[in-house]
Design a binder for this molecule. Structure first.
Ligand SMILES: Nc1ncnc2c1ncn2[C@@H]1O[C@H](COP(=O)(O)OP(=O)(O)OP(=O)(O)O)[C@@H](O)[C@H]1O
Ligand SMILES: [Mg+2]
Length: 426
């Protein structure tokens, strides 16, 4: 790969351990914006420090999951070390050995969210840990990893994007007042922004900036610890996202139905069209609020409405996407043997983030007849009393059905968008 010169911030994250002013420091925390060069600088620095300082010791590289660690850290690390240091990686056993300067050390791989990792790390004695994306790991795992660092001279290396407000446990334990508070004075805190990555062009930086608004802009672009507040989709506007009613022609792209099923709560179903280029339109909707109407509908009645919504397009519907918890409704759809059922990916925050990205990019539009969807976009809010990111569970039925569709039918589009940004980033 082509190296741009390292920025001063990257050099500090890489070489802090060799500087006299930090000789008593036992930890470094790099937080800040996405793509700012934290992982690269720290991983190279971690290997250099451990190899120069120790021989025959054990270290840990930790990511959110082992798979994400291998993908985002271990595989690129081989390129980053540029052939000067050649790790011998044992991918199936989750470790690598490195020999350099007459020293040899072993580095185990762990995933903070993988249960097997928690059990394994408990028994280890480590001379250092690097925790990549640490704010996404459970506190119990991080505490355990830190407690394992009992070799004299061991150091802890942390990096992350902000994943919440200043109430987040990692912010409170490891960042808050790090450079002032007496008991935290042995930690170095570096705040990164995209300008600290010289390999990122202005054009790519601007593309990332356009992807986020509100608290997510503050977190991912400015790198600040901020609570989510206000409406969930502030980027939604009638002007940009609502189009006159129309049905895209059959033969171009795919149709889907996506359902959020409720008995007392409303049931929302959307008929979606997805173009071959990854642009989606909610063509029409069914929204039944049993409480408002004073009468609930049976699964068969909802199903009849689902068929009606598909109308003449029924033979062209690729799948009905349904929340996996709606077992009885899934059974009803299956019994009629007219549509294939796909279980919806129901990860709430990932779904909201992806839906927001697609709205920002103008990839999602709604026909004017989808009035309940348009209404909910104006009402769907974050729960500001909750210390974790969570939307209020009201006015969220068309919103849930929309994110089911995004996460389940638009996977390929989302991957493509991520790849395009990745390719242009370096
Ligand atoms: N000095 C450099 N020379 C060449 N490429 C670089 C340099 N610094 C960073 N990069 C590249 O920029 C991209 C982003 O860097 P990196 O993954 O380290 O950022 P990050 O801050 O960890 O991002 P995220 O918060 O999204 O995980 C990577 O593809 C990396 O290889
Ligand atoms: Mg990173």
């Amino acid at each position: 790969m082509k190296f741009e010169s390292f920025s001063p911030k990257q050099l500090s994250a890489m070489l802090w351990w060799s500087l006299p002013e930090y000789k008593d420091h036992d930890a470094i925390v790099c937080d800040g914006s996405v793509r700012s060069g934290k992982t690269m600088a720290m991983s190279i620095g971690f290997v250099m420090w451990s190899m120069k300082t120790f021989d025959n010791e054990t270290f840990a590289f930790c990511g959110k999951t082992i798979d994400s660690l291998k993908r985002n850290v271990i595989t690129p690390l081989q390129k980053w070390l540029g052939g000067i240091i050649q790790p011998k990686i044992n991918l199936s056993k989750n470790y690598m050995d490195i020999s350099w300067l007459g020293h040899q050390n072993r580095y185990y791989f762990f995933g903070g969210k993988d249960e097997s990792s928690y059990a394994l790390i408990q028994g280890m004695t480590l001379a250092g840990v690097l925790l990549d994306e640490v704010a996404l790991m459970p506190k119990s795992f991080v505490d355990q990893a830190v407690a394992r660092c009992s070799v004299s001279g061991s150091r802890m290396w942390f990096n992350c994007n902000p994943d919440g407000s200043e109430e987040h446990w990692f912010y409170k334990d490891w960042i808050d007042d790090v450079n002032g508070n007496a008991d935290k004075k042995n930690r170095l805190h570096l705040h990164f922004t995209m300008k600290d990555n010289y390999a990122l062009s202005d054009a790519v930086r601007e593309r990332y900036e356009r992807l986020y608004t509100g608290a997510f802009y503050e977190r991912y672009i400015l790198g600040l610890w901020r609570a989510v507040e206000g409406i969930v989709y502030p980027m939604f506007s009638r002007e940009h996202h609502v189009i006159p009613d129309k049905v895209p022609s059959i033969g171009e792209g795919e149709y889907y139905l996506s359902c959020d099923y409720g008995t007392l709560n409303p049931t929302a179903i959307g008929l979606w069209h997805l173009s071959p280029h990854g642009y989606a339109i909610k063509v029409r909707e069914y929204y039944y609020d049993a409480r408002k109407k004073g009468m609930s509908r049976t699964d068969e009645e909802h199903y009849a409405q689902l068929e009606k919504l598909a109308g003449k397009l029924a033979p062209f519907v690729r799948a009905v996407i349904v929340d996996p918890s709606a077992a009885s409704f899934i059974e009803t759809i299956r019994r009629h043997a007219k549509f294939r059922v796909w279980h919806a990916d129901n990860s709430v925050l990932d779904g909201i983030r992806d839906t927001a990205t697609l709205l920002e990019l103008g990839r999602l539009r709604f026909c004017a007849c989808c009035e309940d969807t348009i209404r909910e976009f104006g009402l769907y809010r974050w729960d500001e009393k909750n210390s974790k990111d969570a939307p209020i569970k009201e006015n969220d039925h068309a919103m849930d059905e929309t994110r089911y569709f995004v996460r389940t039918a638009m996977k390929r589009t989302l991957k493509q968008i991520a790849r395009e940004l990745e390719v242009s980033a370096v």
